[in-house]
Design a protein around this ligand. Structure first.
Ligand code: SF4
Length: 450
């Protein structure tokens, strides 16, 4: 539980010596309770008091990592229950389930689809980050064969080893430890052996139990043994129970401020239904509340497009505008006489406009000035998308040196900017484009066929 200023005050030496920069120990304690100063500022605090304070002032939900190199992912570290309170900080990751009892054809198809679903949406790479590799056969050799195949053929995903057999777990970790796998399968019966394997290899350990009470008990034991790199789940296989469990884990951590449940969670939506679109529906629920790794039976574009888009919306910081870098973007094999368009740096606008230009099949240039990450009309109203900002961008990006064209197409909604731009850019002609981006393909074809 969080410490109050008075709780902290009781641990202080009460010298009132001012060496911490505060007039009294009480003032220092109050500031420390608010997180406004480091405990180290008091040179007289005992080691025991420092340890207690470090524990009490640590984030309620632990941030954990898995993977290796450029495939290192962060989970947890959330501070609020609802995105609108502040923001969610670490997006969930998606996993596809592979079992060593599946046929070769089924495994090959799943791995091929995992490699195929790989695209960029609003500047973010979208792909399945985790291969959930489950030992169902209880046969070590059979399982290791699958794990090796995943290691060799899954180009993008980090393996999550799923077994509750410590002997198989140990061999599996040996096979893929350089990939920074997750080891999933610690439970009330095997947790000591599983913790040892995770500890030796510095791995994120998945802990599960039949229900929340049993989970709380085993996580408490693991924590008191000193291991803290955990991710949690229950074995609930009914949607309502699983949802209750996952929400209660998060609420226990953030509302009751009990760090025993202050870890991210794994959600096996593949256990809730065999229908892929029901799994999709359940997955959307757990993107919002509070699955950190969401395991599906399969992935394809019909599942990925809605799921990844939802995740991007939920885990985008609402306090920061989504924007693209200012610059001169080449769309298609544009040459120096190709049409030049300008729009704002609001990411959604950029991707819609660039998408429509691509759809037109007319190679073109798209100039993006610094417009504050706002939409066209908002940026114009705020004075951030004006004749001057556009003219400045033309000069800053060296457009006159790079291109021969001296015409610039502006969004129809800001036709009013035409005289300002022509004043600021002598020798240039401003062409007013359509009001809606969806009209760009026809407009560009007509424009180039004049
Ligand atoms: Fe009190 Fe420590 Fe600050 Fe001195 S340095 S006033 S003992 S809190």
């Amino acid at each position: 539980m969080a410490l109050t200023g008075m709780d902290i005050y009781k641990m202080l030496p009460k010298k009132n010596c001012k060496e911490c920069g505060f007039p009294t120990c009480l003032a220092f304690a109050m500031k420390l309770a608010q997180g406004g100063v480091e405990a180290e500022k008091c040179p007289y605090m005992s080691e025991e008091a420092k340890m207690k304070l470090a524990e009490a002032t640590a984030p309620l939900m632990k941030t954990v990592k898995f993977g290796s190199g450029d495939k290192t992912y962060t989970l947890g570290g959330e501070t609020v229950l609802f995105r609108h309170e502040k923001t969610f900080v670490n997006r969930n990751r998606f996993a596809v389930m592979l079992k060593d009892t599946m046929s070769d054809d089924e495994i090959n198809q799943k791995i091929a689809n995992m490699n195929k679903v790989n695209y960029v949406r609003i500047g973010e790479n979208m792909f399945v980050e985790v291969a959930a590799v489950k030992c169902e056969s209880k046969n070590k050799d059979q399982y290791l064969k699958l794990l090796k195949k995943v290691k060799d053929e899954c180009k993008l995903a980090v393996p999550m080893i799923i077994t509750d057999d410590p002997e198989i777990a140990k061999a599996a970790v040996e096979e893929v430890k350089d990939l920074g796998p997750i080891l999933y399968g610690a439970n009330p019966q095997n947790y000591e052996a599983m913790v040892n394997i995770a500890k030796e290899n510095n791995l994120l350990l998945g802990v599960e139990a039949d229900n929340l009470e049993a989970l709380y008990d085993v996580v408490s034991k693991i924590r008191s043994g000193g291991y803290n790199e955990l991710i949690l789940s229950t074995k609930a296989d009914k949607a309502k129970q699983l949802f209750d469990d996952i929400v209660n884990i998060r609420r226990t951590a953030l509302v009751a401020q009990d760090r025993v449940f202050g870890y991210p969670s794994v959600v096996f939506v593949n256990n809730l239904s065999s229908d892929k679109f029901m799994q999709l529906a359940y997955a959307t629920l757990f993107v919002e509340k509070y699955g950190s790794i969401i395991v599906l039976d399969e992935i394809d574009y019909s599942l990925a497009l809605p799921l990844f888009a939802l995740r991007q919306n939920i885990f985008t910081d609402p306090q920061k505008p989504m924007r693209v870098e200012k610059g001169l973007y080449k769309i298609g094999p544009a040459e120096e006489n190709a049409p030049l368009l300008v729009t704002v740096d609001f990411a959604l606008t950029y991707f819609i406009v660039s998408g429509e230009i691509e759809r037109s099949k007319v190679p073109a240039w798209l100039l993006i000035p610094d417009a504050g990450g706002l939409s066209v009309l908002t940026a114009w109203a705020a004075g951030k998308f004006s004749g001057k900002t556009i003219a400045d961008a033309v000069k800053e990006m060296g457009v006159e040196e790079k291109l021969k064209t001296r015409e610039i197409l502006i969004p129809g909604k800001v036709a009013v900017l035409k005289p300002d731009i022509e004043d600021a850019l002598p020798g240039w002609k401003v062409v007013v484009g359509p009001e809606e981006a969806e009209m760009l393909p026809k407009f560009l074809k007509d424009y180039t066929n004049r």
